[in-house]
Design a protein around this ligand. Structure first.
Ligand code: A2H
Length: 255
């Protein structure tokens, strides 16, 4: 990790279907799962959202204009409370305590993606001490996301274990977002096949896939979807972030 705080874009994913039992206390306030990403320009390709089944999450009251309730780790909520996102600095008003499985299979509305609805699905490698513990999934451009996505697609028992129905994953496909010379328009899919990645636990190969794609994607990648189509990734990353923040669909978060 670098020196000093890291800037993330927190993408707001609105709970769209029926609110799960554990979140009933929230009443009729809008509830969002918030995912920390370093890649706002890839949000055109979201196909699902990841939570870790056994990890603890909270729902808390933010001070944002819509009365938004956010779901993330308590650690991230504490950090947000020092960044102006709660009514009282340093104080987190916890509305509900949950584990990932309580919010599995939720229907969400996420910004920019062409998918009208996406679902929360299980990813077992989510870390407790990074970001919000909620990760948005862009299987076209993230090898970790594509590996976890394929684990669910390929393994019916894995879906069953976490009560994931076929409709939540089988109809979804990676969406081309960025064209990279030699890696094509879905670099994660290309590298998964090339390196013969077996699963989300295939650490060494996933690291290799990241090394082969990240810098090249940043410096040579060209957008192939949305209003910035044809422009270079490094030139539009900030513009996409701003577009999301201005629309009230993301906030900026440091840790
Ligand atoms: B990224 P860094 Cl398309 N545990 O967003 C595991 N992974 C997490 C996490 C957690 N608690 N919180 C965030 N992340 C993921 C998009 C993306 C990301 C693409 C390509 C690469 C990529 C869509 N998923 O990350 O250690 C989030 O996934 C490559 C590492 O702070 C976030 O950005 O660098 C990234 O890891 C932050 O990880």
């Amino acid at each position: 990790e670098g020196v000093g705080p890291m800037e993330y874009t927190l993408v707001k994913m609105k709970v769209a279907g029926k609110v799960p039992e554990k979140l009933k206390k929230v009443g009729n306030k809008p509830v969002f799962l918030v995912a920390a990403t370093l890649r706002p320009e890839t949000m055109y390709g979201q196909t699902n959202c990841w939570v870790r089944p056994d990890m603890r999450y909270i729902a808390f009251q933010t001070s944002l204009p819509g009365g938004d309730v956010f779901v993330c780790t308590e650690r991230a909520a504490r950090n947000m409370s020092y960044q102006g996102y709660t009514p009282t600095e340093g104080k987190v008003d916890i509305v509900a305590e949950l584990v990932g499985q309580d919010i599995m299979g939720l229907a969400l509305n996420a910004p920019l993606t062409s998918n009208k609805v996406i679902y929360t699905l299980p990813m077992l490698t989510i870390k407790e001490d990074k970001g919000t513990g909620v990760v948005t999934s862009v299987p076209s451009d993230s090898p970790d996301d594509y590996a976890a996505f394929m684990d669910l697609k390929k393994k019916q028992p894995f879906r069953e274990k976490y009560s994931i129905s076929d409709e939540m994953i089988l109809p979804y496909e990676p969406i081309p977002v960025i064209d990279i010379p030699d890696l094509g328009n879905m670099c994660a899919v290309f590298l998964y096949d090339k390196l013969k990645i077996q699963s989300q636990n295939d650490k060494d190969k996933l690291l290799e896939a990241k090394e082969q794609s990240y810098l090249k994607g940043f410096y040579e990648g060209v957008m192939c979807v949305g209003p910035f189509s044809g422009k270079k990734v490094q030139d539009v990353k900030k513009d996409v972030q701003k577009l999301l923040v201005d629309a009230g669909e993301a906030i900026i978060y440091y840790e």
